[in-house]
Design a protein around this ligand. Structure first.
Ligand SMILES: Cc1ncc(COP(=O)(O)O)c(C=O)c1O
Length: 377
């Protein structure tokens, strides 16, 4: 049997035709498809502005940069995320401060955020783990009380809803990623969305070195040569053929989400009678956009489970190694893992099972049967 990965893109002929058409056109980068993709994203999310970039990591970087925080400021975030979330804080010479998570959603715990606030705290980056939105109202209350900015790392959560409203309308800036394991893909890619015009204007410049005019602005018989460098930005531009892929993928997003939801429903049902397997919960006020399917193993050795599943071609994975455990963070911050008891417990028990919209019936059944067989393999 073929190895079943934990995530995989869905690319069809329609997507390929859209990309090829752009490759044959005059603009393969910084052209009209970028704005078309951004407009389509705004319409889908229901927000005002979008700035598409070449990765979710770049999107996080300029999301932090656009806040223009004083050097030495602290940003509170979760340790139970991909390293890109807190690396974006470091790129900007700011200090990430970790707050422990809630066991059932693996999202940052608002009570733990409160404990970490100091005079230097200027922002919170919360991550909607696995596509299950955080307790956003509680986090917003904290931000208002202490005058903090909010960045939502919704790399896992495009299409998710909190209290009936799509993610992308709550924080000052929200980031989505279009890496191939995500719900929709542009190869590599990401976007920052916001309802704040000033942030939007700055974000557009930050993606293009900090320059105030795009290549399209400076093209054609009427355009002049002048431009200015307003900030120290980088080249985070996405190409037009990626944007074309994104537009085509976005049309299928709701269907992809429905397919993922159905697989999650089947996994939950299949494992409900196995007391050692703790399946994910959904809080009453959210509609998740499932990016990964994770379970906690109680009374089963996770590493043995991992090895045996991989040995039987089930591409289990681990999301995440807590960030403070990495050498770089240890060397620079010397954080004590004992300060994060919930993160540590979840880390010791968690495993990710394969979940992607293109999973076949056979693949879903194989995962379920192999997990059920675990005790006998
Ligand atoms: C929570 C989170 N934030 C940020 C990123 C970075 O996104 P990208 O891979 O598009 O740079 C990822 C990617 O896996 C992620 O899972």
């Amino acid at each position: 049997m073929k190895f079943i990965p934990y995530g995989h893109q869905w690319i069809d002929e329609e997507d390929i035709e859209e990309v090829v058409a752009v490759l044959k056109s005059d603009w393969i980068t910084t052209g009209p498809k970028i704005e078309e993709f951004e407009n389509a994203l705004c319409e889908y999310v229901g927000c005002k502005y979008a700035v598409a970039v070449n990765s979710g990591t770049s999107a996080l970087d300029i999301a932090v940069q656009t806040l223009n925080l004083p050097r030495g400021s602290e940003i509170i975030t979760t340790p139970f995320t991909f390293v890109a979330t807190s690396n974006a804080v470091l790129y900007n010479n700011l200090k990430p401060i970790f707050a422990d998570i809630e066991k059932e959603t693996r999202n940052i715990n608002p009570e733990e955020i409160r404990k970490k606030i100091t005079d230097k705290t200027k922002a919170i980056i919360y991550v909607d783990y696995a596509g299950h939105p955080c307790d956003i109202e509680e986090i917003k209350d904290i931000a208002e009380e202490s005058d903090l900015y909010l960045i939502e790392d919704a790399s896992h959560a495009i299409g998710a809803e909190y209290k009936g409203k799509k993610i992308g309308n709550f924080a000052d800036v929200t980031v989505f990623s279009f890496h191939p394991v995500k719900h929709i893909t542009t190869g590599e890619g990401g976007v920052v969305v916001t309802n704040n015009k000033d942030f939007y204007e700055r974000l557009k410049m930050l993606r293009n070195h900090g320059i105030d005019k795009s290549a399209l602005d400076r093209f054609g018989p009427e355009a002049g040569w002048a431009y200015d460098l307003k900030f120290l930005g980088r080249n985070y531009r996405i190409t037009d053929f990626q944007a074309a892929l994104g537009i085509s993928q976005l049309k299928k997003l709701d269907e992809f989400l429905r397919m993922r939801e159905e697989i999650v429903r089947r996994y939950n049902k299949a494992f409900e009678a196995i007391p050692e397997i703790e399946t994910p919960i959904v809080k009453a006020y959210v509609k998740p956009a499932w990016h990964i399917y994770t379970v906690l193993l109680n009374g089963i050795n996770r590493d043995e489970f991992f090895r045996k599943m991989r040995g039987r071609n089930i591409g289990v994975n681990l999301h995440y190694i807590p960030i403070y455990r990495f050498s770089y963070y240890q060397e620079h911050f010397n954080i004590n893992s004992g300060d994060f008891p919930v993160t540590e417990e979840v880390f010791s028990k968690i495993v990710t099972l394969p979940l992607f919209s293109k999973m076949t019936e056979d693949e879903v059944l194989t995962v379920i049967e192999t997990v059920k067989d675990f005790g006998t393999v």
